[in-house]
Design a binder for this molecule. Structure first.
Ligand code: PGA
Length: 251
């Protein structure tokens, strides 16, 4: 009953020509958006060119956004700029931004509110490090991230967001969480949403798994009850591979 989402996160990859090649290769091959939301989150400089050429079944997302409407924030991009570019999604709080660019839970909270004000669907990331998992702190870390990210948000807004659970130790490492661990942890995230907003919201919100998802493991991950799609880096860069990932969501 929850519509799956397959979101590619290109990170800092692809020139304009490479991006165009990709989009022309996937445009007519994607399943209907009624069945699965296919999203490519591209570097900001490519967004307009992709939005102009996106096929009917593809949506374009950004990888970050400032929360302010405008102002003296050199190098940043405002929510109304993304909106006017035709972007439908934005990744917020990716672990690479938290770790390398000092993004805090408080800033992520403001960004979620700003994105929703501009009708952009936030893909809100959470995840633990290997040391935190080994110290049995997964619930504490994820609970904290989710509670702070969603602080003060009304439930009718919460259901419009998407959460991506991405264990940091599985990102770009080739080490995927087992489907059981991924499902169990996405289930825990759902239980935090249930505690905050009740069963109806927690049953409706989409929770994605991310971290070394690829065509060879996507089927078993997508078969899990609590996993509603993927946020995929490396395996989203090639058209053929991305198409396989999307198609695995509609089987
Ligand atoms: P990966 O990246 O698929 O390359 O592990 C996932 C992500 O960072 O979103």
């Amino acid at each position: 009953m929850r519509k799956p989402v397959m979101a590619g996160n290109w990170k800092m990859n692809k020139t304009r020509d490479e991006a165009l090649q990709f989009i022309y290769a996937v445009n007519n091959e994607l399943p209907s958006n009624e069945k699965v939301e296919s999203v490519i989150c591209a570097p900001a400089i490519l967004l307009r060119c992709l939005v102009k050429r996106q096929g009917d079944e593809l949506r374009i997302g950004a990888q970050n956004m400032h929360y302010a409407e405008n102002g003296a924030y050199t190098g940043e991009i405002a929510p109304n700029m993304l909106e006017s570019t035709g972007v439908s999604y934005v990744i917020l709080g990716h672990s690479e931004r938290r770790e390398m660019f000092n993004e805090t839970d408080e800033a992520i909270n403001k960004k979620i509110v700003a994105a929703l004000n501009h009708e952009i669907t936030p893909i809100v990331c959470c995840g633990e490090t290997l040391a935190e998992r080994e110290a049995n702190r997964v619930e504490e870390i994820l609970g904290n991230q989710i509670r702070k990210a969603y602080a003060g948000l009304p439930s009718e807004q919460v259901v419009k967001t998407i959460i991506a659970y991405e264990p940091i130790w599985a990102i770009g490492t080739g080490k995927t969480a087992t489907p059981e661990v991924a499902d169990e942890t996405c289930g825990y995230v759902r239980s935090v949403i249930k505690e905050m907003y009740g069963a109806e919201v927690s049953e409706a919100i989409r929770i994605l798994y991310g971290g070394s998802v690829k065509p060879s493991n996507v089927d078993e991950l997508m078969a899990k009850e609590n996993i509603d799609g993927g946020l995929v880096g490396g395996a989203s860069l090639e058209a053929e591979s991305f198409l396989k990932l999307v198609k695995a969501c509609v089987k």
